[in-house]
Design a protein around this ligand. Structure first.
Ligand SMILES: Nc1ncnc2c1ncn2[C@@H]1O[C@H](COP(=O)(O)OP(=O)(O)O)[C@@H](O)[C@H]1O
Ligand SMILES: Cc1ncc(COP(=O)(O)OP(=O)(O)O)c(N)n1
Length: 273
């Protein structure tokens, strides 16, 4: 890559929390951006003390600090795409939503981090309300997991049909432009199947099911890979399909570290032997 090409490298921004265990959050996002040869920038929203067994403590950043990070990055460097992850509280969500509008951030991927794969609620009810009202309508795509889709649609999800109905309802009721309901938390044949709905087209996205308990960070990795592909200039559906392929490979190379759910292997596909 010569100097001229390097000066045109795509840039993506993650607005998310830190995971001390390195499996999810900004750590997963920045590795994913780097894997895609996209320069990664970040606005840290909170710091979690976390490992493969769960979240022990969360400390929020002041919303003004999150705003300052977003402004510093966008006003100087510029970004072609952004993703949000754990935004934690209503003040941070409202501030991020305001800045997305003011800074005219395009290609926004909202991973509405509310509930972990294990079913634990990560943000409070006021934060969920602010997310629905202020941020989701600005997203190019939102990527709820099974439990988040249950909260956003208001009904239980136990089958592919339920996932389909939830994607359509979230699109209609929340003015979300495109919805991807993720199936990592489903059982049986629906595990690892995702549903895409953009108001016209409904797609069932499948890859191989990977049999591993080391799935920590799959949602962050998927949304970061979508943002990276959008920053490169790919269209939305291609970005999602390729991001899903990447997550599947990273799952196949996931890491058995810690005593609980280990992280996916972001760079390990490079070490195939
Ligand atoms: N065991 C698996 N095999 C294949 N794909 C999976 C598996 N687990 C999760 N995925 C995929 O990983 C992505 C993230 O989904 P999910 O794990 O549901 O999100 P979250 O981490 O937000 O709970 C989705 O594309 C999902 O289909
Ligand atoms: C700091 C932080 N952000 C997000 C998450 C959730 O990670 P995600 O990839 O969406 O979900 P899991 O598959 O790990 O449940 C987190 N744990 N920490």
């Amino acid at each position: 890559m010569n100097a001229e090409t390097r000066s045109k490298i795509p840039v993506a921004l993650t607005i998310a929390g830190s995971d001390s265990g390195g499996g999810a959050g900004i750590q997963a996002d920045l590795r994913t951006f780097a894997f895609h040869c996209v320069h990664g920038t970040s606005a840290v929203t909170c710091v979690t003390a976390q490992n493969t067994l769960g979240v022990v403590r969360v400390d929020a950043m002041p919303s003004e600090a999150v705003v300052a990070q977003m402004q510093a990055v966008v006003e100087d460097i510029g970004v072609q795409a952004a993703k949000t992850g754990m935004l934690l509280n209503p003040e941070i969500i409202a501030a991020v939503a305001q800045q997305v509008e003011t800074l005219e951030i395009d290609n926004l991927v909202v991973d509405p981090v509310m509930v972990s794969r294990t079913g634990a609620q990560l943000i409070d009810d006021d934060a969920i309300k602010t997310l629905r009202q202020q941020l989701i309508p600005q997203a190019a795509i939102i990527t709820p997991n099974r439990y988040e889709a249950q909260i956003l649609s208001g009904f239980p999800i136990n089958s592919l049909d339920d996932m389909r109905a939830a994607a359509q309802m979230i699109h209609r009721n929340l003015k979300a432009k495109t919805v991807l309901v993720k199936g990592g938390g489903m059982q049986g044949n629906a595990r690892g199947v995702d549903i895409w709905f953009d108001g016209n087209r409904l797609e069932i996205l499948t890859t191989q099911q990977v049999d591993t308990q080391n799935t920590h960070g799959t949602g962050c990795t998927l949304s970061a890979a979508i943002a990276a592909n959008l920053a490169i200039g790919k269209d939305l559906l291609t970005s999602v399909k390729q991001a899903k392929e990447y997550v599947t490979t990273a799952l196949a190379y996931s890491l058995s570290i810690g005593k609980g759910q280990g992280p996916v292997g972001h760079f390990f596909p490079l070490l195939r032997n």
